[in-house]
Design a protein around this ligand. Sequence first.
Ligand code: C2E
Ligand code: MG
Ligand code: MG
Length: 589
Amino acid sequence: MNMTDKNPNAPLILIVDDDLPSRLLMRASLEKIGFRIAEAENGLIALKEFENIVPDAVLLDVMMPKLDGFDTCRAIRKLKGGENAPILMVTGLDDIEAIHKAFDSGATDFITKPINWAVLNYRVKYMLRASEAFYDVIDKQKQIRELAFFDHLTGLANRTLFKDTLEIAIAEAAKEESMLGILFMDLDRFKTINDTLGHHIGDYLLKHVADRVSSCIRDSDAFSRLNKRKAKHYISRLGGDEFTVMLPRLKNAEFAGRVAQRINQILAEPFNLDGTEIFISASIGISVFPLDGTEVEELMKHADLAMYHAKESGKNNFQFYKKTLNIKARQRLDFENDVRKAVQGEEFELYYQPQVNLKDGSIIGAEALTRWQHQQRGTIPPSEFIPAIEELGLIIPFTDWVIRTSCKQQLDWKELKLPPKRIAINISSKHFVQQNIPEKITRTLAEFNLSPDFLELELTESVLAQQNDETLDILRQIKEMNMSISIDDFGTGYSSMVYLKTFPIDIVKIDRFFIKDILTSSQDASIVKAIIAMAHSMEMQVIAEGIEEREQLVLLQEMGCDYGQGFLFSPAVSSQDFPSMIERNISLI
Ligand code: C2E
Ligand code: MG
Ligand code: MG
């Protein structure tokens, strides 16, 4: 007779005993009162079985070979669902020491052998009942906690939990010496909406505002490293239409302004209520630890004051507590908006710096370097705008533009009947991990009817440092397309020769930093020499960057360096000026 098939909801008991007759007897006894049974003949099997079936209770023999009952019990406690599972240990009669040990190793209760079957049945039933009550208490505790710490309308943290969490976050920030931002947000004209449209519409809006703010915050960088459950504590409704957000580990203070701006933006989209659109906005105040205070109350008060300032400045905006930060944040946001517009409007220009063969001075190609003519600020160097492009997530459209423009340039030069020259393009490591570059380039080349051997991709060592199969795969595809790959700024980053060996690299570009002091520092000179020798031994070629003086050139020639780039030959020039340099066809050395 097997009850198992009859009642799939009956409690499931795992019997662990190395003695088969014992197991059979226990099974028979427990099945008679309706339990379902699983068996394990030793401790190790028991652990596996426990993980598979997660039984409602365990009956565990103490005396077993290998893993005995005590160790098995301890191990079950560490398993998922095993923490609080009822475990009944079966010990020898009068073995007081075993009973002590059983409790020490985490047993719920014990029963002695020889087993009194009627007692066994009641023990198991009692244990299950107690454990049910236990879980009930845990559930209730959870409910009470929710009521005490979370806002019932929005599900966000309430004032108490927010302040507690903030206190901990401040302590962490102090220890890590990082910054932490606090946003204090108040909806504009919410009272009017509530009074005219009614409370249930007001509640609806608060709920949806909470959702929008949460999703916006959760997607932000500051939260990418926090776990979801914890992140929930970082946003609160203090009451009414007031919300607060904390932003741990701020990269810089202005970043808090960027988050505030995003909140303003997402709230600007209308809320749809049965076909009627409702518009809402918020005023946001920002304080930053440790600049504006080091205590919870102080920081909250300052964020609140800044929020009033935002209201006074015409609502629907944000303000920092410190005026200086307002100016900096505005500048940064203005700059970011300009960068965004520049990428969309393709406001950049490619300049070309010739790469020279150090044996005969001929131009072998050019590196494409981007220039940005800003309307107010004049020429802005790439060191300033490339990081902004990367941070704004615009590196892919930007690099697409660089690739297209380089291809177009090749066509223009072809029309001018110039001998073809290879163009080297800088590829950001941020771009490399995200995109299928080979396919994209193949498409662009086909569009312009160009051969791939006139493109070279400059990667930095950080791309190789990721050292995964995907990187290797992409590089191989590029190689198969017949495009050259060079490693830019070699020597500054990870400088591992291993990378060069693992990946299909054609050219190593020695960083300007080493060339700068090559005449005065014997150490730099020997590093350059070693890089050249090493690259040649692996059948790679070498370009020296930043050659400014003739003596540097002479030394590099002696060292057997293949190519060079630098102000000694020419800085990067516009696409109009580059052809004449080739046409003159004179040696640049
Ligand atoms: P890079 O790839 O190492 O480019 C060489 C930099 O050294 C260029 O600066 C170039 O103007 C400068 N340079 C060349 N010869 C000399 C010299 O003799 N002396 C000195 N002092 N400098 C020299 P630039 O144009 O300001 O570019 C800086 C960096 O910005 C580049 O370093 C590259 O990493 C990045 N970059 C430029 N354009 C792009 C682009 O289109 N895409 C990406 N992802 N990065 C770019
Ligand atoms: Mg470069
Ligand atoms: Mg370089």
